[in-house]
Design a protein around this ligand. Structure first.
Ligand SMILES: *[C@@H]1O[C@H](CO)[C@@H](O)[C@H](O)[C@H]1NC(C)=O
Ligand SMILES: *[C@@H]1O[C@H](CO)[C@@H](O)[C@H](O)[C@H]1NC(C)=O
Ligand SMILES: *[C@@H]1O[C@H](CO)[C@@H](O)[C@H](O)[C@H]1NC(C)=O
Ligand SMILES: *[C@@H]1O[C@H](CO)[C@@H](O)[C@H](O)[C@H]1NC(C)=O
Length: 509
């Protein structure tokens, strides 16, 4: 088994449709143009063997009755299934040379056996955010079921990557001649595009939940990341990385374990991709997030390993710059360090006579925000550094950015973080219970959506500003009927120094 970090390169791309003789990728292509709707546009598709391309060329014309440009499409014929590309995150399109029309005038179209029909398809518009020169990569999540180009309701395409039966391209809305030389359409897990393009593009601000979803590609495709405290209306907005960010993937060395064995060791270091090292040689790299999966790698792609086969209680990844060495203390333990006197648990077992299905067991502890910080530490050398000294220098205030409540399966029912001075409930985490045998939904395991604060545009509440002397209370409720040996209830938080009034500082932990 391997730990897979998305910081995306190693899932090898799967060619779906190509013109170079790759096994299973040759298809017959057909065109459908607007004369079916009374227009006059025309296009044709031909395979140019010596150049290993499919050439789709034609002209979009104004449909007289509408006074607007019509459409041309080119699609694979037949409904034979393409390879199962479950686990991939993007559909890639590789072209040769320009087209005569802007990328944004083309769409990618996908048919799914048993889901789409002659009239319906999944469609995603191309554009600068997905395309760089001759290379486009469109997240499966950007495809919307559509009926003659208009969105309709339907299941996410990412749930049907085993049953793709049709691939195609369309252009509509701009009149003019075009000619597109297509090398291949392929499934990939690599959202990164050739260097240089990403930063040249304008960043589109996501206007709402729909856009947040569009702007949120992530590695663990099909998984909905939610936060526990989103603004009303945004509770189910998926969370991910900005589309303008770039990704790379790292695989850990294989992790071998015995049945019921505990693996508690540091794996050998893994070098970052050479191009990443070179690009950031001598400069800072802003890592804005990372995702992890534990996978097996049978031929054809990664398969997530369910928790009941390899339960991964903790992993810790250190991303080290050229001048750093892994600190010795990081080699054996994960850090649960609590300042002396931090926890004063108040246990509240269920009163005698409580019916079993109502019986709970509550642990409460009181502490101050200052207890969550070290008196002083070196934020450059110590990744866990959150310094009370620096916070004092910024007016003794901290803004909360994230609070993750941590508790254990199966007994945990809820975790609350309260501000005792104001009575405010800062965060409440209700575990999501797994219901099946599927990886990421394992019965008997819990997922703990965190609280995150940010901007209204992101569907998030503004960060609470707390003084170092804020009095906080953590309340953890467990099911008293479920077997538990001990009780786990901690809050792991991230914040920023200062009250945010013109203040941008290093993070506090
Ligand atoms: C595609 O592969 C996934 C995972 O490997 C599997 O769960 C799914 O059943 C497959 N789908 C089809 C239609 O074969
Ligand atoms: C980083 O840049 C320096 C100076 O140009 C060069 O000597 C060194 O080999 C580079 N290191 C890597 C890992 O590319
Ligand atoms: C505790 O778990 C049991 C199953 O083990 C369930 O029947 C009961 O309803 C749960 N109690 C609460 C308070 O959720
Ligand atoms: C927290 O409690 C202490 C002791 O009761 C008190 O002195 C302090 O003012 C409280 N903090 C706030 C922000 O009210």
């Amino acid at each position: 088994m391997l730990l897979l970090f998305s910081m995306l390169l190693a899932w090898s791309d799967v060619p779906l449709a190509a013109f170079d003789g790759t096994a299973g990728t040759a298809r017959q292509w057909i065109t459908v143009n607007d004369p079916v709707m009374g227009g006059g546009s025309d296009s044709s598709f031909s395979v140019v063997r010596e150049e290993r391309i499919g050439r789709w060329a034609g002209e979009v014309k104004i449909v007289r009755s509408l006074g607007a440009p019509g459409f041309c499409t080119a699609r694979t014929a037949g409904d034979a299934l393409f390879r199962n590309v479950t686990g991939s995150t993007h559909l890639g399109l590789s072209l040769k040379g320009g087209s005569g029309l802007p990328a944004a005038d083309f769409s990618l179209q996908v048919g799914v056996k048993g889901v789409t029909t002659m009239q319906t398809l999944y469609q995603a518009q191309l554009g600068g955010e997905y395309c760089c020169a001759d290379d486009c990569r469109v997240p499966w999540s950007a495809f919307r079921p559509s009926f003659r180009g208009r969105p309709i309701k339907g299941p996410p395409l990412a749930d049907h990557l085993g049953a793709l039966s049709q691939l195609g391209l369309g252009t509509a809305g701009t009149a003019g001649r075009f000619s597109l030389d297509i090398s291949s359409l392929y499934a990939t897990r690599d959202a990164s595009r050739p260097r240089g393009c990403a930063r040249d593009e304008p960043v589109r601000a996501p206007p709402g939940a729909e856009a947040a979803e569009e702007a949120s590609p992530h590695m663990n495709a099909g998984l909905a990341y939610h936060v526990a405290n989103a603004l009303p209306g945004h509770e189910l907005s998926p969370r991910g990385f900005a589309r303008t960010s770039e990704h790379f993937t790292l695989y850990s060395p294989p992790i071998r374990s015995r049945y019921a064995g505990v693996v508690w060791r540091v794996l050998p270091p893994v070098p970052l991709p050479v191009e990443v090292v070179q690009r950031y040689n001598g400069s800072a790299m802003a890592v804005t997030g990372f995702e992890v999966d534990v996978v097996r790698r049978p031929a054809g792609g990664d398969v997530s390993v369910p928790n009941y086969q390899s339960y991964n209680h903790h992993y810790t990844a250190h991303l080290l710059g050229a001048g750093m060495r892994l600190p010795a203390s990081a080699a054996r333990q994960s850090f649960h360090g609590l300042p002396a006197g931090y926890v004063q648990p108040v246990l509240s077992p269920a009163p005698a006579g409580t019916p079993a299905d109502k019986a709970t067991h509550t642990v409460t502890s009181h502490f101050q925000l200052r207890d969550m910080l070290a008196e002083d530490c070196d934020s450059l050398g110590d990744e866990y550094c959150a310094s009370a000294r620096v916070a004092e220098a910024r007016g003794g205030k901290v803004r909360l950015i994230m609070a993750g409540g941590h508790c254990h399966s199966p007994a945990c029912l809820s975790l609350q973080l309260r501000d005792r001075d104001t009575g405010e409930l800062l965060c409440e985490v209700t575990p999501r219970r797994g219901k099946s045998d599927a990886a990421w939904d394992e019965a008997g395991y819990l997922w703990l959506p965190p609280c995150q604060w940010g901007s209204a545009e992101e569907g998030l509440r503004p960060p609470p500003v707390l003084g170092l002397d804020a009095n906080l209370t953590a309340i953890k409720v467990a099911n008293a009927t479920e077997y538990h040996f001990g009780v786990m209830g901690i809050w792991q938080m991230r914040g920023a120094y200062g009250d945010g009034d013109g203040d941008v500082g290093p993070r506090a932990a």
